[in-house]
Design a protein. Structure first.
Length: 315
């Protein structure tokens, strides 16, 4: 993909609002997409336990392909925010109505609307989080492992083929994306990974729309959601354009304190802790316990956000 990116012009060039000093290939998302497709194919060819993993539903495949294509267009020629939002909503519609719509989501319009908003929010959250080398490639496999744990421990209706694929593909990609990155995800990769996590989350909630289960999903996805809220709020208060890229993310500010490798390690540790909390909350017998866990986690992120707003972003 690095060679192909050089031949096709998918290169991210250095700029004042970017942190990389050299031109870097952008087709990491295509490599991950190829891995996600190859995994189930090879499992069926080789046989064994992997052969029992089912293919994702049609809405997941079509929505994922649309998310990838949307990002590829944006990587080649930046799209206007409204056009990108329309594409994200289309991908969310495919997922909610053709990829994960059953159980409670099929009969409650308010939950369906919330699911659509959640998918679009997660697409943008992962896209925003992809602002520093290695961050998304470290965050996504931990979240995917959390959803797999819900499936293996508690029987949640999670797409295991997609979950295992995300763990393996992102872990392999991290070798090339760790600081200093030799290839970037690009908007294609961040959109695809955000969509894939949304697919896992909706499948987990399809037949289990209870307070502990919603709280568990929020815990697992809490750091990407925190970052997009932090950036949006900080830019709003600073009267800066919300959709224009900059080095003002929570990761950039942490980078000023911990360095790039330290930031990747810290966020990996935070994700591991919040994902473990989510797995623990899933089986809570009392909804108040789940609500308390989410509230305490939210308070912790609020304190972290207040602290980070005082730090200048990484140059």
């Amino acid at each position: 993909m690095r060679r192909l990116a050089a031949r096709t012009g998918y290169i991210d060039h250095p700029a004042p609002r970017k942190h990389h000093p050299e031109p870097t290939p952008l087709l990491g998302g295509v490599a991950i997409a190829a891995s996600l497709i190859a995994g189930p194919v090879l499992a069926r060819i080789v046989g064994g336990a992997g052969a029992d993993l089912s293919w994702p539903r049609a809405g997941v495949l079509c929505g994922g392909a649309l998310s990838l294509a949307l990002g590829l267009v944006d990587d080649r020629r930046p799209m206007r925010p409204l056009g990108k939002l329309v594409g994200q909503i289309a991908a969310a519609l495919l997922l909610v109505f053709w990829g994960a719509r059953q159980g409670p989501l099929a009969y409650h319009p308010l939950w369906t609307a919330a699911a659509l908003i959640g998918v679009v929010a997660l697409l943008n959250a992962i896209n925003f989080l992809d602002a520093m080398d290695g961050i998304v490639a470290a965050v996504v496999p931990v979240a995917a492992a959390g959803f797999l744990a819900l499936s293996l421990l508690f029987g949640a209706d999670v797409d295991q083929a997609l979950g295992w694929g995300l763990v393996g593909a992102c872990a392999g990609f991290l070798v090339y994306n760790a600081p200093p990155a030799r290839i970037f995800l690009g908007d294609a990769g961040s959109h695809l990974l955000g969509f894939a996590l949304a697919a896992l989350a909706l499948r987990a909630l399809d037949n289990s729309l209870t307070l502990p289960h919603v709280a568990a999903v929020l815990c697992i996805l809490s750091f990407p959601l925190f970052d997009v809220i932090f950036v949006t709020w900080d830019r709003f208060l600073g009267r800066r354009p919300i959709v224009v890229g900059s080095t003002d993310h929570s990761t950039h500010r942490l980078g000023r304190i911990c360095g790039r490798w330290g930031t990747v390690a810290l966020i990996f540790a935070v994700m591991t802790g919040t994902t473990a909390l989510g797995v623990g909350v899933w089986n809570a017998k009392n909804g108040l316990v789940a609500l308390a866990a989410v509230s305490i986690l939210g308070l912790g992120y609020a304190i972290l956000g207040t602290y980070l707003r005082r730090k200048r972003p990484t140059p």
